[in-house]
Design a protein around this ligand. Structure first.
Ligand SMILES: Cc1ncc(COP(=O)(O)O)c(C=O)c1O
Length: 360
């Protein structure tokens, strides 16, 4: 499947924004239920284009969690708006809902929930607040393919969302690729214009707005079409490996295994990242690395104290949940081809590090 699609792209010789990209867009409209899926270069550009297409610009404020991938906030700054940082819920790692209202001013235009690791933000509460203050909800659903809220795919609960197909994502390409998904006619039309230098596809040479070069690559689209067929199988493997980790690590008091909120509105966690919270995180990272086990620290420094956002005037201490998470969270290896033996090995080394012996 993968090679036949790839051969098709190579034989056709149309390598960007071509028929294979369009086929992927149709498939993802079907998969997510979106009226429009718009392929772009990566999810960072998808966020920028989504914000601009939704009318966010200079002087506007967008409420963003301070514990997330950099692009959630940099995209806001890129369109000339101000990211207003909010602390996180310590379980979902997304927006702390009861802090959002205190961040709203007359300049606030949108809330950007980010769905991280395994589960969605509390979209029911966030949408209620957005409705009360007439704000847009623009979702950073880059990590959230196949996450649903009351049957609605992540990115479509609000006005628009994005998907990342970065190679490590649940649906990963062999390079960069991203997508905007929306049910909103105006956002879709504007996003299509923005992705290719502000031109209509059938009226090239006329630039209606100043856009970007954010074409999706057809070779990546062919990879994604092939992998989409295995997405649910891959998620099931991730779920199994997650439950195995949970079982093996449960006896360690120094390790907090992931808490998936049992909420009626969350149908299916996708187990994108196996994120634990641990004591002595940095020492554990060094130890695991010394025995050949790679880990990922999501995220070592919260966004409100990043040097590039110092102009916003936030201080360390103002976002306690995020600041604590930055010192404790650790992503263990998790991907569909990871073996049970490898999970056992990771668990054994973590036990060894904490001096608790080796579990069987
Ligand atoms: C939450 C979040 N937002 C945005 C992005 C940016 O995606 P991309 O790498 O496709 O630009 C990522 C991916 O790393 C992400 O995890």
């Amino acid at each position: 499947m993968l090679s036949s699609k790839l051969d098709e792209v190579i034989d056709r010789g149309q390598f960007t924004n071509g028929p294979t990209v369009k086929e992927l867009e149709r498939e993802l409209e079907l998969f997510t239920g979106a009226k429009y899926a718009i392929g772009v270069g990566n999810a960072t550009e998808a966020l920028i284009i989504m914000l601009r297409a939704a009318g966010i610009g200079p002087g506007d404020e967008v409420i963003v969690p301070c514990f997330t991938f950099f692009a959630s906030a940099s995209s806001v700054a890129h369109v000339g708006a101000v990211p207003v940082f909010c602390d996180i819920d310590p379980v979902t790692y997304s927006l702390k809902v009861d802090e959002i209202e205190s961040k709203i001013t007359e300049r606030t235009k949108a809330i950007m929930p980010v769905h991280l690791f395994s589960q969605m933000a509390d979209m029911v509460s966030i949408c209620k607040i957005a409705k009360k203050y007439n704000l847009l909800v623009l979702e950073d659903s880059a990590e959230a393919i196949s996450m649903f809220n009351n049957g609605v795919h992540a990115g479509l609960v609000g006005q628009a969302g994005v998907l990342s197909f970065f190679p490590t994502k649940t649906l990963g390409a062999m390079g960069d690729a991203g997508m905007i998904i929306t049910n909103d006619d105006n956002i879709a039309e504007h996003a299509r214009l923005l992705r290719i230098h502000g031109q209509e596809e059938n009226d090239l040479g006329i630039h209606k707005v100043v856009g970007y070069n954010s074409r999706m690559d057809d070779i990546q689209a062919s990879v994604l079409l092939g992998r989409l067929k295995y997405l649910q199988e891959d998620i099931a493997k991730r779920a199994y490996l997650t439950s195995l980790y949970n079982k093996l690590l449960a006896d360690l008091s120094q390790v907090q295994i992931p808490i998936i909120k049992e909420r009626r509105d969350v149908a299916n966690p996708v187990y994108y990242v196996y994120l634990i919270e641990v004591e002595q995180r940095d020492d554990l990272v060094t130890y695991l690395s010394s025995v050949g086990i790679g880990t990922e620290t999501y995220y070592p420094t919260p966004l409100h104290i990043q040097p590039c956002f110092s102009y916003l005037g936030y201080e360390y201490g103002s976002m306690p949940n995020a600041e604590l998470a930055c010192t404790r969270t650790l992503g263990l290896p998790l991907y569909p081809d990871l073996t049970e033996k490898e999970v056992h090995k990771v668990s054994e080394e973590i036990h060894r590090f904490y001096g608790n012996g080796v579990n069987k």
